[in-house]
Each structure stands twice: as structure tokens, then as C-alpha cells.
Write a protein that binds this ligand. Structure first.
Ligand code: ACO
Length: 426
């Protein structure tokens, strides 16, 4: 083994593993056995938890690849269905394969009639993500024939069901919140067009899908389809590592995604832009973001991995203009966003800390222009990310080296001590 092929910890040498691209990885699987020591890495800032061939990110260069294809190419030239096929199967489909995949997904869009009754158990003002966690978890009670994770065919059916039913479930969560009847899917429409109709259509009228809005939303779905080992994906993998069924694992992913530091950020970013309200107030908010004693952060700025412009944010920025022009709406919040971005990118604090707009900075403006309430933003993210979760989950289950995820800890509680009977406690 050459010098650079190992890494020495204490007096033990550990192999260095090399992927196709990206940093090398020190294989410390034997560390505890060899040395009796653990590694300490809260937040996994230096820890690769698995091997994966799906998505590659170079945060310093602002690169995002799915199966080797750049996110710019995919969002410009592909569709969400094609990108989903790519993530699930590793290669771009032929025309026949794509048509067949779309046909299959389309035939799984309906949900069990009984599932509708689950919605009635929720308050009308429930957050759609709360409903999604419950309903998606509940799918395992309806589709017993696709919960045997050792059977690749069942895993495939479960994957198709999840991708296909997520728009129906999300649209139903929205309809429930506004007291309108649920709409059945229309299989003549595209995946995204169908979701728009189920969300904004009513049974009493025809719904015309606006092609610009359909394309913009489809692009948003592509941009959110997968993102390597982020918190929710790691949650899905960890849940799945115990052998939990796919519906339960995706419900766990939805729960994690809901957090404001993760999927909830686009909602928070739009709320912040509204709160700023006018470009004149931007300096005040930039000063607050820089103030160590103020917990306020610029939402939609900064990213654990990207220390450069998030490539997805560039696509979003362009898409905002297209949507606003097509819908003929002027949105003062967009001007606030553009000016805030410019000021922050020229501010030493943000330059030094490498804080750039992330995907969430602009997506909220598009979604709200389309008509989605802010509470639906994260639900849309969950809808799109389902394909990534499912693909990562499948990859994990198919990996012969897969084992239950079980992190260790640095224990700082009391050492062993004697139990004190109640009457002797002071
Ligand atoms: N505004 C102001 N300061 C910030 C921001 C921000 N948005 N983000 C990070 N910083 C500062 C921190 O205060 C910290 O400063 P310090 O070194 O002086 O203490 C430094 O930058 C590093 O911050 P960390 O929180 O350690 O960076 P980390 O990589 O762990 O966090 C995160 C990334 C959580 C995304 C953070 O940038 C953040 O909170 N951003 C706002 C929320 C957001 O937009 N989240 C969306 C993420 S994208 C997604 O999930 C799809």
C-alpha cells in the first residue's frame, strides 16, 4: 500500500478509500476494535455514513450531480419523471423506458378510499406536514403487499407507490385545510400537471394547467429530488437500517424535513422577506444577522455543504422571473430578495463565512406566486424529495454491507453510583 493509501491514528494505520470524485475517506471501521476509542463528530461534519452512487456535491465549487449529470442540465433539459427514473435506476431512460415508467407511476396515483377517512381525524388547521407524516406512515397499513423489504419486486412497487401517491396525499392535505372536496387524479395529465389540478382545481369546473407554471413546478421538483446524505435522507436510511418498512421510513424523513433548518427554510425565507417588506429595511436585517447577540439568521442563506452559490438557487432565480412574467404579477418581495442578495454578497461577514443564497431563498417566491400557502412549501419539498429518499433507501437495502445504524457517544453523565432510597434523599 502506498504512503497516501493509509492514515495513521495513534500507531494504527487505516486504509484510505477513494470514490469516483470527491475527498478520500479514512476507513475507521476497525478503530474501536483496534484502539478501544470512538470518533467524535456531532453533526457528521467529517463523517461519511455510507457509500452511495446517486448524488455528488462539491460545496466549494457549487456542483451538484445526479448519477453524473449536472443539476443545471437536468433542470433545463429533463423532467421530474425522467430525473426520478435516473435516480432510481442509475441511467437515463430510453423513450420506451420513460413512457413505461410514467405509465406505471400514473397507475399508482390513486390512494385507497379508506385512507381518506384518516384526514377527517385531523383538525382543519393542522400543518400539512403533520398530516403528511401521519398519512404516509399510515400507508403501511394499506399496502401490506409491498412491505417485505427483502423482496426487490415489493421494494420496487413500494417505491412507485410512494412517488405516485405523494402528490395526491399532499394535494389532499391542502384541500382538507381549505374545506374543499378531494379531487381524484387525472391520468391524462403529467405528474406535475395532475398535482396542480388536484391542488387548485374543483370538481365543478375544468382546470387548465398553465404550461409555464407546470414547467416551473416540475423544475422545482427536479431541484429538490435528491441531495446526498442530508438530515432527512440520513433519517430515512437510519430508520430503514433497522428493517422498517418503506412507508414508515419515508414518514420519518418527512418529520425530519419539517425542521426550519432543513426543509422549513423556504417558508421561513419568504416570511422573512415579507417581514423586511421594503428594500430600505434590508440593512437593518443584515445588521441583525451579523449581530452575535441576536439569534436572527438570514433565512435562505448559508448551507452546511455549499460554501459557494447553491447551483439550485441560480436556476430558481431565473425561474422566478419566468413565473412572475407568465402570471403577470409583480411581487415586491422579489425586489427585496434581489437587493438583499446583492447586499449580502458584498458584505464582508457573508463573504468571510461563505454564506450564499441556497435553494430556499427563491423557491418560496415562485410557490407563493403559483398560489401555494407557505404551509404547503415544505410539503412540496417532501413530495419531490420522496424520489431521493426512496432511491437512497433502495440503495442501502441492496448494499450487502448494510447493517443497522448505531452511532456511539461521548458519555458525560454521572459515573456509576449507588441508588439512594427516597427517605434518604435530602
Ligand atoms: N445568517 C447569518 N449568519 C449565518 C447564517 C445565516 N443564514 N448561516 C450561518 N451563519 C453564520 C453562523 O452564525 C456561524 O457564525 P460563527 O462562525 O461566527 O458562529 C457561521 O455562519 C457558521 O454557521 P453554522 O450554523 O455553523 O453553519 P452550518 O453549516 O452548520 O449551518 C445552516 C448551515 C443550518 C443551513 C445555516 O447556514 C442556517 O441556519 N441558514 C439559515 C437556514 C436555511 O436557510 N436553511 C436551509 C438550508 S438548505 C436546505 O435544507 C434545503
Amino acid at each position: 500500500m502506498s504512503d497516501d493509501a493509509t492514515y495513521t491514528v495513534g500507531n494504527q494505520e487505516y486504509p484510505l478509500l477513494e470514490g469516483t470524485i470527491g475527498p478520500k475517506v479514512v476507513d475507521i471501521r476497525a478503530l474501536y476494535k483496534d484502539t478501544g476509542m470512538f470518533t467524535y463528530d456531532p453533526g457528521f461534519k467529517s463523517t461519511a455514513s455510507c457509500e452511495s452512487g446517486l448524488t455528488y456535491i462539491d460545496g466549494h465549487e457549487g456542483v451538484l450531480l445526479h448519477r453524473g449529470y449536472s443539476i443545471e442540465d437536468l433542470s433545463e433539459r429533463s423532467s421530474f419523471m425522467e430525473t426520478s427514473y435516473l435516480l432510481l435506476n442509475g441511467e437515463l431512460p430510453t423513450k420506451f423506458e420513460l413512457d413505461d415508467f410514467i405509465y406505471t407511476i400514473t397507475r399508482h396515483t390513486m390512494v385507497h378510499e379508506q385512507l381518506k377517512t384518516l384526514y377527517n381525524g385531523f383538525r382543519r388547521d393542522a400543518h400539512p406536514m403533520a398530516i403528511m407524516c401521519g398519512v404516509v406512515g399510515g400507508l403501511s397499513a394499506f399496502y401490506h403487499d409491498s412491505t417485505d423489504i427483502t423482496d426487490p419486486e415489493q421494494r420496487k412497487i413500494a417505491s412507485h407507490r410512494l412517488i405516485a401517491k405523494m402528490p395526491t396525499i399532499a394535494a389532499m392535505a391542502y384541500k382538507y385545510s381549505i374545506g374543499q372536496p378531494f379531487l381524484y387524479p387525472d391520468n391524462d395529465l403529467s405528474y406535475t400537471g395532475n398535482f396542480l389540478r388536484m391542488t387548485f382545481g374543483v370538481p365543478a369546473e375544468e382546470y387548465d394547467v398553465n404550461p409555464v407554471v407546470e414547467r416551473a413546478l416540475d423544475r422545482i421538483f427536479i431541484l429538490h429530488a435528491d441531495h446526498e446524505q442530508n438530515a432527512s435522507t440520513s433519517t430515512v436510511r437510519l430508520a430503514g437500517s433497522s428493517g422498517a418498512n418503506p412507508f414508515a421510513c419515508i414518514a420519518a424523513g418527512i418529520a425530519c424535513l419539517w425542521g426550519p433548518a432543513h426543509g422549513g427554510a423556504n417558508e421561513a425565507a419568504l416570511n422573512m422577506l415579507h417581514e423586511i417588506g421594503h428594500p430600505d429595511r434590508i440593512p437593518e436585517y443584515i445588521a441583525r444577522a451579523k449581530d452575535k447577540d441576536d439569534p436572527f439568521r438570514l433565512m435562505g442563506f448559508g448551507h452546511r455543504v455549499y460554501k459557494n452559490y447553491d447551483p439550485r438557487a441560480s436556476v430558481m432565480r431565473k425561474t422566478v422571473r419566468e413565473v412572475l412574467t407568465s402570471l403577470n404579477v409583480s411581487n415586491p418581495v422579489f425586489d427585496v430578495a434581489l437587493q438583499l442578495e446583492e447586499m449580502a454578497l458584498n458584505d464582508d461577514y457573508f463573504i468571510e463565512k461563505k454564506l450564499f443564497p441556497n435553494v430556499d431563498f427563491y423557491s418560496g417566491i415562485i410557490l407563493s406566486a403559483i398560489g401555494f400557502p407557505t404551509t404547503m412549501f415544505t410539503a412540496l419539498f417532501a413530495l419531490a424529495r420522496t424520489v431521493g429518499w426512496v432511491a437512497q433507501w433502495n440503495e442501502m437495502i441492496s448494499d450487502p454491507g448494510q447493517t443497522i445504524g448505531r452511532p456511539r457517544q461521548l458519555y458525560t453523565g454521572p459515573a456509576a453510583r449507588d441508588y439512594v432510597p427516597l427517605e434518604n434523599r435530602g
